[in-house]
Design a protein around this ligand. Structure first.
Ligand code: ADP
Ligand code: ZN
Length: 435
């Protein structure tokens, strides 16, 4: 199966825009009448739903930020009465107090549909056995892929995260063909696989759908070669629905966004100006079919670019580039912007270290210091001090040149940094800076 929903995935852009406009009008009408903060914001600038006459008019609507949602925690932005809400999720809270999302029956059905589309884009079909190792609970990863897998007609194995030896045993014994989890967790599972003496050839696994946190192309290759599978990037956030807001097709040249449900903009995070396609900026989504939590121009704080050209897979739905990181993840060290993903790709380039790393930022004598803790790979690890010293120098040189600042490298023994079952925490910032 090439597409789950070819009508919408491959729709002509003109036709798609007509559909988007009709749906946008309906949504703006809904939020004006049902969501007090939106009505107030619109009234303040003298706007009524009737002012949306073209897609371009979306630009005159105000943005919605994570802080807006926090200010009206928990239900202030719900667009349907509680009697129609059948599910509540919350963001992981990676960057502060969680935000709360409510779903009507129709919202859950649409989300399942986009999650099914994602599995199909990653090569899945009804004969697949899909192991869902994202956490089940308030986090959207587990239940999102679960409903998607069931709608597709695949056999879903809801292992949730954790209990990694059992995960590997079930993956082998049940003949799971697809795996859904975070990239850090699949990396950890590859170590468990080795410890249990399971070989990739003992598994039926063919593809993985990995996301919920930033990762790099280098990490994709690493995971693909450790398991002998095709690894697909999936993007999602609870504010917009959950996993399935973006998915790699076989071309792996950006993640397709279901544009029949979400309008995508890229803005300059400092000025709010809408940027042309191809520019790097902050990703902004407008939900055009949601009822329970219909956010308008939601600022994700995720940095990427958008490409609206038709893809080689035949889909016309826009593609967002791999997320470089969130603006909150960006460290400013001695005035230089540093993303953990830059460190990850440098380390994977060098080899000899494992892709497990942690950044510690501190301020010593009024100067920012960045320490990069890196695990030496098992094959390379040795007691020979000279060998380790030369590896350290090599890593330092590479990172200095990529990041543009000097950093301290601490090589640590294999398997000593903490492993994540969900989203990994890559940075400890001891500076207590309050920007
Ligand atoms: P939180 O914002 O508290 O982590 P969520 O669990 O809803 O809450 O996570 C959504 C966020 O996770 C996104 O805004 C993005 O920063 C990150 N994310 C999700 N998928 C990906 C991905 N494939 N690549 C990079 N980042 C991702
Ligand atoms: Zn494609």
């Amino acid at each position: 199966m090439l597409y789950w929903n070819p009508k919408y995935e491959c729709m002509d852009r003109e036709e798609l825009e007509v559909l988007q406009l009709a749906r946008l009008k309906k949504t703006v009408d809904r939020v004006y009448h049902n969501v007090k903060p939106y009505r107030e914001k619109m009234q303040k600038i003298g706007m009524t739903p009737g002012d949306i006459k073209s897609l371009d008019d979306l630009k005159s609507m105000p943005f919605t930020t994570k802080n807006d949602l926090r200010d009206s925690y928990p239900y202030g932005y719900f667009g349907a009465p509680m009697s129609e809400i059948i599910r509540i999720h919350a963001s992981t809270g990676t960057t502060g107090k969680p935000t709360v999302a409510g779903y009507t029956k129709k919202d859950i059905d649409i989300w399942a549909d986009i999650a099914a589309r994602s599995l199909v884009a990653a090569g899945g079909g009804k004969d697949d056995i899909v192991q869902v190792s994202y956490g089940y609970g308030l986090f959207t990863g587990g239940l999102g892929m679960h409903y998607g897998g069931e709608l597709l007609g695949a056999s879903v194995v809801p292992t949730s995260s954790g209990n990694s030896q059992k995960q590997m045993m079930l993956m082998r014994d049940f003949g799971c063909t697809m795996l859904c989890c975070t990239p850090s967790y699949v990396l950890y599972l590859s170590e468990v696989m080795q410890e249990m003496n399971i070989k990739p050839s003992d598994l039926k696994l063919k593809a993985g759908v990995f996301g919920a946190e930033p990762w790099t192309e280098g990490m994709r290759k690493e995971i693909e070669s450790r398991f002998g599978i095709s690894a697909h990037n999936i993007y999602g956030l609870s504010e917009i629905s959950g996993p399935g807001v973006g998915i790699d097709c076989f071309a792996k040249d950006g993640m397709h966004v279901p544009e029949d449900h979400f309008i995508t903009e890229i803005i300059n995070p400092d000025t709010g100006e809408v940027l042309p396609d191809g520019s790097l900026g902050e990703l902004v989504f407008t939900c055009i079919t949601k009822e329970g939590f219909p956010l308008i121009r939601y600022r994700t704080r995720d940095l990427t670019s958008v490409n609206r050209e038709k893809c080689v897979c035949g889909r016309t739905n826009a593609r967002i580039a791999r997320i470089m990181g969130r603006s909150d993840d960006m460290l400013i060290i001695r005035g230089v912007n540093v993303f953990p993903s830059q460190v990850e790709s440098a380390l994977l380039d060098i080899g000899q270290t494992s892709p497990h790393y942690h950044l510690v930022v501190d301020r010593v004598d009024n100067l920012d210091v960045l320490e990069v803790q890196v695990e030496v790979s098992e094959d390379f690890f040795s007691d020979e001090v000279r060998k380790l010293e030369s590896l350290e120098a090599k890593v330092r040189k590479k990172l200095d040149s990529i990041l543009g600042i000097s950093c301290k490298i601490s090589l640590v023994e294999p398997k000593t940094l903490p492993r994540a079952e969900g989203k990994s925490i890559r940075v400890t910032d001891k500076r207590n800076l309050n920007f």
